[in-house]
Design a protein around this ligand. Structure first.
Ligand code: FES
Length: 192
């Protein structure tokens, strides 16, 4: 009973455990006001965590680059355009990508040839008209440049201004040496 008397020393008549502030115990630390060092510590912890995250991401990216089986941006010396039987005389050209070049490969009636698609006027890529284009019949059988209207025949010769120079032809590896495979080299053929 003496113990209950000690716990009920408050004027509000409520039960207060021994040691609570109301029963005469120590005041909680929270009542002493916020810790002035808290914001700075929080900031320091946050900065350290961010630095650790950035460092960890950098290490992970380096490891992935090192381990990746697909190295990016590697320069290719050539492209494999497939078997030469795919390129019949007078057939539709096929488009390929070789490094930063768009390459057209076709049989012009005499030989299989490969052209850098860059127009020799101002370097827009020339296209081969597809049957669903409205001017297909007009420009059928020639490369056209959509920028300023130049045209080139199957042998890459300019047939309509403003382009005056032929398309740049790329070298093709000897078909006998490649067993009939069309291997286009990333090298412009010397003319003359
Ligand atoms: S860039 Fe091709 S015609 Fe001008």
């Amino acid at each position: 009973m003496a113990n209950h008397d000690t716990e009920r020393t408050s004027d509000d008549g409520l039960f207060h455990p021994e040691g609570s502030p109301e029963a005469g115990g120590p005041t909680p630390a929270a009542d002493a006001g916020p810790d002035p060092q808290l914001p700075r510590r929080k900031f320091q912890h946050g900065a350290l965590a961010a630095m650790a995250g950035v460092y960890g991401c950098g290490l992970a990216a380096a490891a992935l680059t090192y381990l990746s089986p697909f190295p990016r941006g590697r320069h290719k010396e050539s492209l494999d355009a497939g078997d030469s039987s795919q390129f019949a005389p007078g057939g539709e050209p096929k488009a390929f990508r070789l490094n930063d070049r768009l390459v057209w490969v076709l049989h012009d009636g005499e030989a299989i040839r490969a052209f850098d698609a860059k127009c020799t006027h101002f370097e827009c890529n020339v296209v081969w008209p597809s049957p669903d284009e409205k001017d297909y019949e007009t420009y059928r059988g020639s490369f056209k440049c959509r920028c300023h209207g130049a045209r080139f025949d199957r042998a890459g010769r300019p047939t309509r201004p403003p382009a005056r120079e032929p398309l740049r032809e790329l070298e093709i590896a000897d078909l006998v040496a490649t067993n009939g495979k069309v291997v286009v080299l990333d090298r412009v053929k010397e003319t003359g």
